[in-house]
Design a protein around this ligand. Structure first.
Ligand code: AMP
Length: 203
């Protein structure tokens, strides 16, 4: 790409001003590749390490798409679901969505285990644009019917290899079985062991 700028990617004006405030001059290589692809609504399988700008590579085009087709999320649903292996990563990802989406007025929440359910339930009750979740606690909410994934439009699986190492493959399959068949899938992993390749193929 000769003209590698955020301007040429055609991102929403609110996103552009958040990027300017964050001091981002130009897209990283993974962003330049993934943003146009994800903006079109296509699926993506990305081999990417942390530190490459991977979070913005999916968060920016997702925010752009949600803003292009703005609808009020129904109670106890989310338009976009991001699965993340740990509470720290989930919190970082949610913070990135909030930072980049600061001018868009979206509802963003994060859920993970080890804390009380009440605050998470209240956040989901009103309906969310973006939910970032660790798999175990997410399944609890689905079973308690405090969350319904049947209208989720975009599904992101981040750090898939770490999910595998932590024994989350079964919970992930259970979560995926609750998603509608028609959705956009984004899948990120630092490495691509056989089992991850197989899961990606199924998705
Ligand atoms: P990540 O790989 O998503 O963990 O991002 C690594 C770091 O790079 C984070 O601190 C981001 O804020 C920063 N970052 C992401 N994209 C850019 C960019 N295009 N220009 C400058 N910094 C960036």
């Amino acid at each position: 790409m000769t003209d590698n700028t955020f301007e040429t990617l055609g991102l929403n004006a609110g996103l552009m001003s958040a990027l300017k405030a964050a001091g981002y001059d130009k897209p990283t290589p993974i962003q330049a590749k993934s943003i146009p692809h994800v903006m079109k609504g296509a699926d993506l399988l990305g081999i990417a390490q942390t530190g490459t700008g991977k979070t913005a590579a999916f968060a920016l085009p997702i925010l752009h798409r949600l803003a292009e087709n703005r609808v009020a999320p129904k109670p106890r649903t989310t338009r976009c679901l991001v699965l993340s292996p740990t509470r720290e990563l989930a919190t970082q990802i949610a913070d990135s969505f909030k930072q980049y989406g600061q001018h868009l007025g979206f509802r963003v929440a994060v859920v993970f285990g080890g804390v009380k359910y009440g605050g998470q339930e209240r956040a989901m009750q009103q309906g969310l644009d973006i939910l970032v979740a660790a798999p175990g606690r997410l399944l609890d909410h689905i079973q308690q019917k405090t969350l319904d994934l049947s209208s989720t439009e975009i599904f992101v699986l981040d750090e898939a290899d770490q999910m595998l190492d932590l024994g989350f493959i079964k919970p992930i399959r259970q979560v995926v079985s609750r998603l509608p068949a028609r959705r956009q899938n984004l899948f990120f992993s630092a490495t691509m062991p056989n089992e991850i390749g197989k899961l990606a193929g199924e998705l």
